[in-house]
Design a binder for this molecule. Structure first.
Ligand code: FAD
Length: 505
């Protein structure tokens, strides 16, 4: 039997790697992708989770990035209306604040008009003395601006791209580390190691894409042996999650005295997400965690605005991630460009595309740009197609969430409203694949806690590559916030027994 040669081998199963693999597979390329841990276990599950133009980037004159991002908001919402939805942001303002009102007005005017806004409502001015958004805030804030952006479940967006890539023929390999890659006789020879079984693998490809996020330089150094590689600046950002600080669906945009901003966002129904920070990071990205200083910073910054201060003891969860920003020599971490850079190394015998930077919001466009370079290097196949596509389960209209909830309730009247809503938010039209022929709660199997049942866990194992309790609790879902210690342990035991159970069919 002849060896299989892929057109493209992608290193990294974050949003950029999975987005490129999906786009390429959909155009008819033969694609393989290796992710050393779980999908989205790197930066792509640790974001603020906004599909946004990036109001703050206007201050750094990043007009190209802001325009492309603004245009993407409604494209992505339409592509995945289950995991992406619009969010209104309240930007409280007071005289003598960090930025003058005219500057905020100008920024929001550009934001409204730079492009792409058809469904999202425009900017408004609020009187916080009468508007409910003023209720949790200190009385100093009498006025606010309100504008639109979007929200995304980041980790789910990654796995749905991986799922769709696989459905379109890509070979998708989680828990598979690329240990070396060399050019040989016109092809890339990629050596991999499976982190679960320890098995080695050898793959051949005409082109290699390095989408290893914060590890991009590490891969260039260790896998390709280019010891001097230093293209990205690693910038840590951390978030805290506290019990719900305010009612209502709107998020807050707070300006801090150090010129930075933070968001306070309604999160997973019962919580508030507060973040983020910006600090240079030197260690291995896998060891990132929130520092004491960051925790204090976030609590203090939010407490400047909320009547009720945010205290350390209110924190129920934290997470941290590393921005792999293209190193443009900016002196401050917060000023480094947020735009992405794609570098094609034609080399002899096998082109290599390195991906630097990139946001969740721009991943689809980044993939299209990557495909232009790939086409130029190994020959064009297909045409751009993702703008008018749906991610798995997202095949319903952008404003059709309530209709989908209604349909699922009608089909499964025994389910509680909250459970139905959660399922539609996670799986959209694919919720039925989880519920199958169930006619009563007991048909969903073991209840691990909250409304996490065996039927959902099995779906995640069979269709979304979930292999550990963490995959289920912190990336495929956020049920980690709802399950207690014993409940989490019972899921861990269930997942640990997985290989035996799978072999038993
Ligand atoms: P990653 O998600 O890190 O993926 C790279 C993957 O490569 C990893 O999973 C890693 O395990 C794998 N890998 C590495 N080496 C190997 C190897 N040798 N073999 C196999 N696999 C390997 N963007 C927005 O649009 N909106 C936001 O609100 C937002 N907020 C953010 C907040 C913070 C704090 C941070 C840090 C980022 C934020 N971003 C946001 C940016 C966005 O999250 C990132 O730019 C994006 O997730 C980067 O994706 P990636 O695929 O490049 O990297």
């Amino acid at each position: 039997m002849g060896r299989e040669v892929h057109d493209i081998f992608v290193i990294g199963g974050g949003i950029n790697g999975c987005g490129i693999a999906r786009d390429a597979a959909g155009r008819g390329y033969s694609v393989a992708l290796a992710e050393m841990n779980d999908f989205a276990s790197g930066t792509s599950s640790g974001a603020t989770k906004l599909i946004h133009g990036g109001l703050r980037y206007l201050e750094h004159y990043e007009f190209r990035l802001v325009r492309e991002s603004l245009m993407e908001r409604e494209v992505l919402w339409t592509m995945a209306p289950h995991i992406i939805w619009p969010l209104r942001f309240v930007l409280p303002y007071h005289k003598g604040g960090i930025r003058p009102a005219w500057m905020i007005r100008l920024g929001l005017f550009l934001y409204d008009h730079l492009g792409g806004r058809k469904l999202l409502p425009p900017t408004a001015v609020l009187d916080l003395r009468s508007d409910p958004a003023g209720k949790p805030l200190k009385s100093l804030f009498a006025k606010a601006f309100e504008y639109s952006d979007g929200w995304v479940d980041d980790a789910r967006m990654v796995v749905l791209n991986a799922r769709d890539a696989a459905d379109r023929g890509a070979l998708v390999m989680p828990r598979t580390e690329v240990v070396s890659a060399r050019r040989d006789d016109g092809l890339w020879v990629v050596e991999t190691k499976n982190k679960v079984t320890g098995a080695s693998g050898t793959h051949f490809a005409r082109m290699l894409v390095n989408a290893a996020g914060p590890w991009v330089d590490q891969v260039i150094r260790s896998a390709f042996g280019q010891n001097e590689a230093r293209h990205v600046r690693l910038v840590q950002g951390s978030h805290i999650v506290v019990r719900k600080k305010f009612e209502g669906p709107r998020a807050y945009f707070f300006q801090n005295p150090d010129n930075r901003i933070i968001f306070a966002i309604p999160y997973e129904e019962d919580f508030t997400l507060i973040g983020t920070t910006d600090r240079d990071f030197e260690a291995d990205p896998k060891d990132v965690h929130i520092s004491e200083e960051e925790t204090t910073y976030l609590c203090n910054a939010a407490s400047e605005y909320f009547k009720e201060p945010v205290r350390r003891e209110d924190i129920v969860w934290t997470y941290s991630a590393i921005r792999p920003l293209f190193d443009d020599g900016a002196s401050k971490a917060q000023e480094a460009t947020r735009d992405y850079v794609l570098k094609l190394d034609e080399g002899h015998g096998g082109p290599l595309l390195n991906v630097f930077g990139g946001k969740l919001t721009t991943y689809r466009r980044l993939a299209e740009h990557a495909l232009e370079k790939i086409g130029a290097a190994i020959g064009e196949k297909g045409k751009p197609w993702t703008a008018a596509s749906h991610l798995p389960g997202g095949d319903f209209p952008p404003q059709g969430y309530e209709t989908e909830v209604g349909k699922l309730k009608a089909g499964y009247p025994f389910l509680e409203d909250r459970h139905v809503r959660r399922l539609v938010r996670r799986y959209g039209t694919r919720s039925k694949m989880i519920l199958g022929k169930a006619v009563k709660t007991e048909d969903l199997g073991i209840r691990f806690g909250g409304d996490l049942y065996e039927a959902e866990v099995r779906y995640l194992i069979n269709h979304e590559w979930a292999m550990s309790a963490d995959d289920v609790l912190w990336r495929r879902t956020k049920d980690g916030l709802r399950l207690n210690k014993e409940e989490r342990k019972s899921l861990e035991e269930y997942m640990a027994a997985l290989p035996a159970r799978m072999m038993a069919g």
